[in-house]
Write a protein that binds this ligand. Structure first.
Ligand SMILES: *[C@@H]1O[C@H](CO)[C@@H](O)[C@H](O)[C@H]1NC(C)=O
Ligand SMILES: *[C@@H]1O[C@H](CO)[C@@H](O)[C@H](O)[C@H]1NC(C)=O
Ligand SMILES: *[C@@H]1O[C@H](CO)[C@@H](O)[C@H](O)[C@H]1NC(C)=O
Length: 461
């Protein structure tokens, strides 16, 4: 215990010295995870917030190092520190009760409000917001350099990037930028792999998937299908012509058209309506961008299983007790306050595909996992398979010809999913889940997290 406090003090001390722009704190009571958080000024006037949980379930095994998962939320502009942490995989849920299926059981967890302007991260001047995925990747690499080069204990754990939604575009660009920094001797880190959960890797392929998918599951008829396909064609042409911002506008129109023709299907789960949460959304609210933070939270809170125990909404939680606990969030920084700007500053990159980056990671031998919830619309499995077919990776043909293996969970007899694997590419089909796989299928998602990270705790579930 004495040693432990000393260690914390040491960590605290080195953070205070090195991370100007924010002091971080470490907290631990018995049986709880050790937590550290702070800000890194990744560029002048651009402050990125991070929060690291060290797992209390850690297993020491010489042959299998304990992994760290870096969770990247989507949006762009959605907070990993808020949504990924409290609504999906962190140790506590939004009622601040323990989450039984926290991924902390298999790995340490690093949440980052990425890119700057997201969640608690902030810029002092909106011109400091990123305009491309590559700028975001560069900031994230700077943050990791500060953390990993300073805290030696982190260097022993391989880092696995696990992304959701738009986070997939950040994950592949950051993956490459991290490898460059490692090669250049600037970053002391071992990249374990990259996992792309329902990720927005090829916007064009998703746009083309929506109409056919929704027609096949009765949510559109032929009229809706034709309107949808003609806008998808328009997006395709705009992308060919390099009109990326126009393509983002057409994408927004396409969502409205699908909303109007499907009586507002939920873009995150086609079995649901988009107005499921406490605040019903009108179709016109669609044009605000389906990825927006508020819609995420609303959708996720509608999934909470305990009725009558609704907990505070995420906004109240993050700007209330959590902000108070963290102590270092500047008074004039509101969690989520700059999120909408993050999206609009990235609107010129939003529709740009990142298939080539996936290819590059594969050819460099990085383990790439793709997972896809069966019921998602926005990043539908159908669209994911379409961009997968476009990979130039030499192993693709072998991969596609392999058989899948079924997945189960605990004593449940029902098939929960399938996995296909060849060399450094893995694909998980997750049944009964939409966009938010860890929320809708927590058991199979936790097993998958263990497998992706080669966790020494894998056998315990
Ligand atoms: C939590 O997990 C344990 C062990 O897997 C299980 O026995 C228990 O029933 C779970 N609790 C809930 C609330 O699901
Ligand atoms: C908060 O206030 C400080 C001091 O007035 C200022 O320098 C900083 O830019 C403000 N931050 C934001 C995000 O508005
Ligand atoms: C990469 O994946 C292969 C196959 O699943 C596995 O054997 C290997 O340990 C993985 N490497 C890392 C660093 O996770």
């Amino acid at each position: 215990m004495g040693n432990f406090h000393f260690l914390l003090l040491l960590v605290f001390f080195s953070f205070s010295c090195l991370f100007h722009g924010g002091i971080s704190r470490a907290v631990k009571s018995p049986g709880e995870s050790e937590e550290v958080w702070g800000y890194v000024e990744v560029r002048p006037k651009a402050h990125m917030f991070w929060w690291l949980y060290r797992s209390p379930y850690r297993v020491e095994q010489p042959s299998k190092p304990w992994p760290i998962i870096l969770w990247l939320q989507g949006g762009p502009g959605a907070s990993g520190v808020g949504i990924g942490n409290f609504e999906e995989i962190g140790p506590l849920n939004t009622d601040l009760k323990p989450r039984n299926t926290t991924w902390l059981k298999k790995a340490d967890l690093l949440f980052v409000d990425n890119p700057v302007g997201t969640g608690y991260s902030y810029v002092e001047d909106t011109e400091m917001l990123v305009k491309t995925d590559n700028e975001a990747a560069s900031d994230l690499t700077t943050l990791l350099m500060k953390l990993f080069n300073t805290i030696e204990s982190l260097q022993k754990s391989p880092l696995y990037i696990v992304a959701e939604s738009y986070g997939g575009k950040f994950a592949v660009t950051a993956g490459l930028s991290i490898l460059n920094a490692i090669d250049a001797g600037k970053l002391k880190l071992k990249l374990g792999g990259v996992a792309l959960g329902n990720s927005w890797i090829s916007p064009e392929d998703f746009a083309f998937s929506w109409g056919p998918l929704l027609k096949d599951v009765s949510r559109l008829d032929n009229n809706g299908l034709e309107k949808s396909n003609s806008l998808a064609e328009k997006i395709s042409q705009q992308l060919k012509d390099g009109q990326y911002t126009d393509a983002t506008d057409t994408w927004s129109r396409l969502e409205s058209v699908i909303g109007a023709n499907s009586n507002s299907v939920d873009f995150y789960n086609f079995l649901l309506d988009s107005g499921m949460g406490p605040v019903a959304l009108t179709t016109s609210a669609f044009s605000n961008g389906v990825f927006s933070v508020n819609r995420y939270s609303r959708y996720l809170s509608s999934l909470r299983v305990s009725p009558g125990n609704d907990g505070p909404d995420l906004d109240t939680l993050m700007n209330g007790v959590i902000k108070k606990k963290l102590k270092i969030i500047p008074d004039n920084v509101t969690w989520g306050g700059q999120s909408d700007f993050v999206f609009s500053y990235l609107s010129g990159d939003f529709m740009r595909p990142r298939i080539a980056e996936v290819d590059e990671l594969l050819s460099k031998g990085v383990n790439v996992t793709i997972y896809s919830g069966q019921l998602d619309v926005i990043c539908a499995t159908k669209g994911t398979q379409a961009w997968l077919d476009k990979l130039k990776w030499e192993g693709l043909k072998e991969f596609l010809s392999k058989d899948r293996n079924p997945l189960y969970c605990k004593e449940d007899q029902a098939t929960k999913g399938f996995i296909k694997s060849y060399k450094n590419l893995q694909f998980y089909w997750i049944l009964g889940a939409g966009h938010f796989v860890p929320v809708e299928q927590p058991c199979v998602a936790l097993n998958m997290a263990a497998a992706i990270t080669q966790s020494p705790a894998a056998s315990t579930s």
